[in-house]
Design a protein around this ligand. Sequence first.
Ligand code: GAL
Length: 699
Amino acid sequence: MFRSLVLLAALLGASFLAAAQSQVQNQSQVQKWFPPDQLMTIGVYYYPEAWPEAQWERDIANIRKLGFEYIHLAEFAWAFMEPTEGDFHFEWLDKVVAIAAKNGLKVVLCTPSATPPAWLARKHPEILMVNAEGRAMQHGAREQADWSSPVYRSYVEKIDEKMAQHFGSNPVVWGWQLDNELSHYGQGISYAPPSQIKFRNWLKEKYGAIARLNADWGNSFWSQTYNDFDQVQMPNPKELVAGANPHAMLDEHRWFAAEAADYLRFQAGVLRRHVKNQWVTTNFMMSYERVNPALSQNDLDIMSFTMYPVTGDAYRGELGFRMGDPAVVSFANDFLRNLGSGVEGPMELQPGQVNWAGVNPWPQPGVIHSWIMRSFGQGARLVCVYRYRQPLFGDELYHKTIVEPDGVTLAPGGKEFVQALQEVQAMRKARVAGAREPADYAARRTAFINNFDNRWDMDNHPQTYRWNTVDHWMKYYRALKSVMAPVDVITEDKDFSKYKYLVAPSYQLLDQQLVARFTDYVRNGGTLILSSRTGQKDRRGHIWEQLWAQPIYDLIGAAIPKYDVLPNGHEGKITASGKTFGWGSWADILEPRPGTEVLATYADQFYKGSAAAVSHKLGAGRVIYIGADSLNGELEAEILGQIYNKPSRLPLNFMVDWRDGFWVANNFTDANQTIPAPAGAKILSGARIVPPGGTAIWQ
Ligand code: GAL
């Protein structure tokens, strides 16, 4: 079986290669699909296959009446498009597309690869993913297929190609989504034979010789040395008696993300054999745990993500569980806007209670509208809501939607969408073409470097259960929003020089070249903000044969002779600007060199009086190093307030951004907030005082 899989993989490899040659559309074409004067367009998911045909006309006409501009179809409809093998049926979908056209709605179609039909799993059980416990999954939910399987890909290729042949020239079809939230959800990654084969092939390609892999994985440790690539297995912590090899784990993450991107490239290539003048995207999961959208930026015309902020997590204050975390969502928009064509937006947005979290509370009134407008303020060009009708059956029957279960009465979340639809219309009229970004806002534009390797390595090997990389990053993101800095989340390959501020929190893995780029950036006048754990390891995840994190000492103007971590129930203290802050997860203890200024000091533990944060002048710029990860992000916000010279910071989680001549303020705090608008400002939505969950928009 192993041999025939390899052979099949090699054969299919040839057709994947052809697919990979297809190109994304150029910028001007993308702008035609998303005309700048339309600002943002809002659509809705509809599943006609779940409703009587007699209701399609009514539902779609109502969707249009509410003001939606497109409908999203066919995402999970494989069993309806190919009910038995090779028997393709698109008549029903043709009817729906025609009804959409009659109502002036555009259509987004979706490849159904997340939900293979029952006949396929029965005929080819080898396509099913195998989870970390070694169990093969069964047909009946979604994302149960291993997309490394050449057999699975051959079936995906057939259905995608048939769909593209059928709809690729239809002018009503505006664009395509590939798959759905590419992941295996709670089952993590697949350890099935096709994945094992592709992982090994990827390693062979990367290392060439097994000796190099042994060196980079540090395989002299615990006799892990391999004689041959065929001995290598995907590291599976559930099957490892003691700690996993962190370098192997890092490569497994890298491979999984590369393989997911390869799968998207494959599907995009199949569509583009026939698709004319229609865009292609996928809906990345907002948390991006394992999949890296940056790897797909040259394969997708636009970028999109799924956004479900309110999932019952009581992460802050009294009302946090009803409003979700504005930092994570905002970060997603700021990241995707800086990839590929720059056109992005949430493809799925929560319309009310969901069904899949541990507890699914009702969102704060107003907050759904606020999420839409937060995305607008950050430059999103599209929003789509999940979904129009509440299912009467199936796993998601508790999920709120635009209309109530009767199919016609507008639900509370639907009303918030209608409000947004009307406001977008009003803003299109009020828009002043060529509006210039206000100078003081533009002057604070900050690049935030996002490198997935750092996150994967620290989360695989955290050194303390209190460390959470994304939480740490979000403390910086929130702090940047509290000084009203517009943020571009960028990948490391981008040019830093156009930014006055560069933030690279917990940048654990680096090399001398990156240190040199940082140094040049600062010498030329940039402000670089680094934090806990930076520079401890090389790109393989090895620590340096030097003093601890020594490669960054000249850059930050300090040594880091030690770090500390505290168990739950213990809180370390830090003083800065006469205030006291707590920390618990990580503290780099700094030893500033002469000339380096101390911004914060440890106030207890045996290293009381040592520096916790420093500022180092270098050439025309400076480097800030914040060594401690504070409990609630207030220390980071305090220091950034000084750096950006913004003593009157906004409260954390009250976020304000500018886009196309409009200021948008979103209040995710527990208290009323006042917008920072001048007296003569024309308020288009909300009022000067914004309640929790509320929004204000002004010109
Ligand atoms: C998303 C998923 C959708 C739907 C939705 C329900 O994560 O992409 O297909 O299941 O959750 O909230």
